[in-house]
Design a protein around this ligand. Sequence first.
Ligand SMILES: NC(=O)c1ccc[n+]([C@@H]2O[C@H](COP(=O)([O-])OP(=O)(O)OC[C@H]3O[C@@H](n4cnc5c(N)ncnc54)[C@H](OP(=O)(O)O)[C@@H]3O)[C@@H](O)[C@H]2O)c1
Length: 257
Amino acid sequence: MLTGQVAVITGSTRGIGRAIAEALLAKGASVVVNGRSREKGARAVEEMAGGDRVLFVAGDVTCQEDVENVVSAAIERYGKVDILVNNAGGSSGFALVADLSDEAWQQAAAWILHSAFWATRAALKDMAKRGYGRIINISSVEGRQANKATASHYITFKHALNGFTKAVAFEYGATGITCNAISPGGVETDLMTETGPAAAESAGITYEQFKDNYAQETAIKRLNTVEEVAAVALLLVSPEGGGFTGANLPVDGGTAL
Ligand SMILES: NC(=O)c1ccc[n+]([C@@H]2O[C@H](COP(=O)([O-])OP(=O)(O)OC[C@H]3O[C@@H](n4cnc5c(N)ncnc54)[C@H](OP(=O)(O)O)[C@@H]3O)[C@@H](O)[C@H]2O)c1
């Protein structure tokens, strides 16, 4: 289905990005995998066992030069970019708004929003040449609601990412390029195991309660899985997915109904 296509997935050595990279690889695409740690990158390349169809490019998406280098490395190695998944994103320094630091705010802006802008701008220039492209922004259920204290930076920039998704879809819809968001609910990845305990502590609850809060908010009463998110990404990049653009597809088990 995706034979001959080239996909760039930011933040894809682990978690949701990795599951999407593996799903695209399994359908025949060449995939550019990214992350900050070279060690995680080397492990991902080995475990994915995709031979020449997997390239790891190290880089921190909060740095413009690094993001642009991920896109240009894909073009250098495979000649083009057909699919861009802006997946890397997160926040730290959880606090109520009155106590939130400039550093935490600016880091979340770069991690979630600026990174997607930088990668999308770079990829669009290449996609426009062929009049084809599929851009997916990994947003969050927190981009649709605001019911978690101490995460205003994450919530704000995920909402903004949804706005950016619509704007790109509007500008490029007639050129063969689509842009959609996927909004996962709680998925127990490294992000949750690494930042969840601090977020829980600042909200005055345990990590188990933090996870259970996500599960209880859903209609299915469980967390989602990385495979469930990857399945929607596959739909969006498939020939049958060409009718979606500017959409924000929830994979949240019925949260925020
Ligand atoms: N997990 C959830 O419950 C959940 C829910 C809704 C939305 N999301 C969203 O889904 C996306 C992926 O989350 P995840 O849970 O899969 O995260 P994860 O398990 O922590 O995986 C993150 C991946 O991204 C890389 N990464 C992290 N920060 C990066 C950076 N600044 N630059 C480049 N690579 C980076 C990591 O490698 P390195 O550490 O080596 O950089 C790793 O490969 C995020 O946008 C997140 O907001 C997650």
